[in-house]
Design a protein around this ligand. Structure first.
Ligand SMILES: [Zn+2]
Length: 366
């Protein structure tokens, strides 16, 4: 059975924010969740998942926080996001609704039935953006907004304008969230048979069969024939809508599944377009005095490879993935480099790896 259903939506701004919505937004507050769901980091180089809620009264805010924490855990438990969880931090923005559930006066204008699809859940994008912008402690940098609705109906929406919606109390809500984030972060398309055909601008959909894909070197041609974590082999499987997908099944086809290899690569590349594999380098690359201790902290799974005048040397591993190298004893003019690179086999586009997943830091001993 085709469990996936939500096509990539084209949200429409519903126009000006109503006066009632603005009044409700005045109560916006920022909650920094404590404990393991927090993931709060100081400084930049992180992607923020911002949770907002619609239809939650003041008394229901604890419910909203629990649901947001559950979605956060679900998103960061599916690969490849689990491997890259260090890239993310969480923010929760409280929006107090005058009544429980969606309906007239819901501050974020969330509603079902967008674009004529009953299960498509959309929000008033302008109201959502305003709520996020007005929250104290807002952090700069890349972010995805996840708008939770206080509802038990089934639904959600991903992709498009950086806002993912989810009916937080609905059936399979956590699996829906994993599917929708595939749209929002990876720019992925729906792989199920009843998805609209014709549109193949997604990295996991193609008009070409395997032979023509390989010949043209497009889409997931590098993965053709690979053993896939969804269980089969990467190929070009024809859906009933006429488009080809990479694997027999995946989370973009069935809820509760996992991302296939082409989708993992698309997601990882999207992440590296927004953050650097180098989280911290000290001192800053450049000229350093003899005897300086060089220190590099990669972000996530990237490794640090040191070289002195081009010859590889071993660094010293420190807590938190930091690697250090001392310049003691090195002659003036010696060049030390640290190459920070993510060698994950989930990326086969080596041009992308060199450009976005690799950084070379260089110090010269004075
Ligand atoms: Zn979908």
């Amino acid at each position: 059975m085709d469990a996936g259903w939500i096509r990539r939506g084209f949200r429409r701004a519903l126009g000006a924010v109503t006066a009632a919505a603005v009044a409700a937004l005045a109560t916006v507050a920022l909650v920094l969740p404590a404990g393991p769901v927090g993931g709060v980091e100081r400084g930049g180089n992180r992607i923020t998942l911002v949770f907002v809620g619609d239809g939650y009264t003041a008394a229901q805010l604890p419910l909203f926080h629990r649901q947001a924490a559950a979605v956060w855990r679900a998103l960061l438990s599916i690969q490849p996001l689990a491997r890259y969880r260090a890239f993310f931090r969480m923010r929760v923005v409280d929006v107090v609704s005058p009544h429980p559930g969606l309906g007239p006066g819901s501050p974020l204008g969330m509603r079902f039935g967008c674009d004529g699809l009953g299960r498509l859940l959309c929000a008033d994008d302008a109201a959502v953006r305003q709520a996020v912008a007005r929250a104290p402690g807002a952090v700069p940098g890349p972010r995805y907004v996840i708008a939770l609705a206080d509802s038990r109906r089934y639904g959600g929406e991903g992709g498009g304008a950086g806002i993912t919606t989810l009916s937080a109390g609905g059936p399979d809500a956590l699996q829906v969230a994993q599917h929708e984030i595939g749209h929002s972060i990876g720019g992925l398309g729906d792989e199920y048979d009843t998805a609209p055909g014709g549109d193949d601008h997604y990295p996991d959909l193609s008009r070409l069969d395997a032979r023509r894909m390989r010949a043209a070197r497009v889409k997931w041609w590098r993965w053709l024939g690979a053993a896939d974590p969804t269980g089969g082999t990467v190929g070009a499987y024809r859906s009933a809508n006429g488009l080809y997908r990479p694997t027999r099944d995946s989370v973009m086809r069935s809820l509760g599944g996992t991302f296939n290899l082409p989708s993992r690569e698309a997601i990882i590349e999207a992440l590296y377009r927004q953050v650097s594999p180098v989280d911290r380098a000290a001192p800053a690359p450049g000229t350093v005095p003899a005897g300086a201790a060089l220190s590099v902290r990669p972000l996530g799974p990237a490794g640090v490879h040191w070289a002195v005048d081009g010859r590889p040397v071993a660094g010293r591993a420190r807590r938190g993935g930091t690697s250090t190298l001392s310049t003691r004893g090195l002659a003036p003019g010696t060049v030390v480099t640290a190459t920070v690179r993510d060698d994950t086999p989930w990326v086969r586009d080596e041009t992308f790896r060199r450009a976005e997943m690799t950084r070379v830091l260089r110090w010269t001993v004075a």
